[in-house]
Design a protein around this ligand. Structure first.
Ligand code: 5GP
Length: 210
C-alpha cells in the first residue's frame, strides 16, 4: 500500500503527428493529472504559449541547465533540445499527484533506466494510417511541406520503438483512444489486471510500415 502514496508517472510517446498532444490535454483535464511542461530550444508555433505548452529557452540556457543537472531526462529531437526538469516533477509526485509526460522514446528510456521508486506506465500512440499521418503533419503551422516529409521519414525510425512500451494505442477516434488509456491508468492505480492483445497491434504496425 505504501508505494501508492507516491504519484505514478504516465508517459505518452508517439511518432510526430499521432495526436498525442491533444490526448495529453484531455487526460490531464478529465483525470486531474499534472502535465509535465518541458523545456525546449524549439521556436514556439503561433498557437503556443510560453510556460503553458513549453518553457521556450535559448540553446545557452538549455546547456546551462544540463550542466546544473536540472533535467530528469533530455534529448535532441528534430534538431532541437527538449527536456524534463526534476524539481517540479518530484515535488508533485511526492505529494501523491499523478504526472503525465509527453516525451519521445529517448526520454522514456532515460526515465525507465533510472529505476525510480515511482510506478511508471508507458503508452505509444500510433496514427490510423500513413495517409492520415501525412495529412495531420501537413496541416500544422510549419514553414513548408518539406518538414512534413522529413517527419514521415522519421516516423519509420520512431515506430520501431513500440516494443519498449507497456501499451500501444491506435488513435483513430479520440474518445475511443482516451477511454482505452484512461482504463489502463485506472487499472494501474487500482492494481487490477487487464486484457491487452498485442496481435492486433502487431498487424497494425506491419500495415503502417509497409
Ligand atoms: P513538438 O516539437 O512537435 O512539440 O515535439 C517533438 C517531439 O519532442 C515530440 O515527440 C515530443 O513528445 C517530444 N518532447 C517534448 N518534450 C520533450 C521532453 O521534455 N523530453 C523528450 N525526450 N522529448 C520531448
Amino acid at each position: 500500500m505504501s508505494q501508492m502514496k507516491e504519484g505514478i508517472m504516465i508517459i505518452l510517446s508517439s511518432p510526430s503527428g499521432a495526436g498525442k498532444t491533444t490526448l495529453v490535454k484531455l487526460l490531464s483535464e478529465r483525470k486531474g493529472l499534472i502535465t509535465s511542461i518541458s523545456h525546449t530550444t524549439r521556436k514556439p508555433r503561433s498557437n503556443e504559449v510560453n510556460g503553458k505548452d513549453y518553457h521556450f529557452v535559448t540553446n545557452d540556457v538549455f546547456k546551462k541547465m544540463i550542466n546544473n543537472q536540472e533535467f530528469l531526462e533530455y534529448a535532441k529531437v528534430f534538431k532541437n533540445f527538449y527536456g524534463t526538469t526534476k524539481s517540479t516533477i518530484f515535488a508533485q509526485l511526492s505529494k501523491g499527484k499523478n504526472v503525465i509526460f509527453d516525451i519521445d522514446w529517448q526520454g522514456t528510456e532515460q526515465i525507465i533506466s533510472q529505476k525510480l521508486k515511482n510506478k511508471i506506465l508507458t503508452f505509444f500512440i500510433l496514427p490510423p494510417s500513413r495517409k492520415e499521418l501525412f495529412k495531420r503533419l501537413s496541416n500544422r503551422d510549419m514553414r513548408d511541406k518539406l518538414i512534413a516529409e522529413e517527419r514521415m521519414k522519421q516516423f519509420d525510425k520512431d515506430i520501431l520503438h513500440w516494443k519498449d512500451y507497456d501499451y500501444v494505442i491506435v488513435n483513430k477516434d479520440l474518445e475511443v483512444c482516451y477511454s482505452q488509456i484512461s482504463k489502463f491508468i485506472d487499472d494501474k492505480i487500482n492494481g487490477d489486471e487487464n486484457q491487452y492483445d498485442t496481435s492486433i497491434i502487431e498487424a497494425h504496425i506491419k500495415k503502417l510500415i509497409s
